[in-house]
Design a protein. Structure first.
Length: 119
């Protein structure tokens, strides 16, 4: 699953006696009725949130984890991947023309399409 929102809170890493570590962060969704959603990062993924700043819009890919402990039930959203969502175009993405189609291929001065295809 995935969800987009802006980073609201990034908490410090929590370490437990067993050696387990987790780090939590909160995003605010961009819906008609915005929601603050808390995620957790565990084990070797606790540092992936470091690349992002408060207020930055991200897409969080996560799994839903549920468990029972002493008769109570808990649900955690475990993030496993985070992507930057930007209003500016990605410099690595192919450029597109005004109509949303790829740019025209280069042409020589006589109007012939220049390409390196053998046919």
């Amino acid at each position: 699953m995935d969800i987009e929102g802006s980073v609201k809170v990034i908490l410090e890493t929590q370490s437990f006696n067993s050696g387990f570590q987790k780090r939590e962060f909160v995003i605010t969704t961009k819906e008609q009725y915005p929601q603050d959603v808390k995620f957790e990062l565990i084990k070797d993924r606790i540092d992936i949130i470091d690349a992002y700043k408060l207020g930055e819009t991200i897409k969080v890919h996560f799994n839903i984890r549920g468990n029972e402990y002493n008769g109570k039930y808990y649900v955690n959203l475990q993030a496993w991947r985070i992507e930057n969502v930007s209003d500016t175009p990605n410099n690595n993405a192919p450029s597109t023309g005004d109509a949303g189609f790829p740019d025209e291929p280069p042409m020589s001065s006589d109007g012939v399409v220049e390409d390196d295809l053998p046919f």
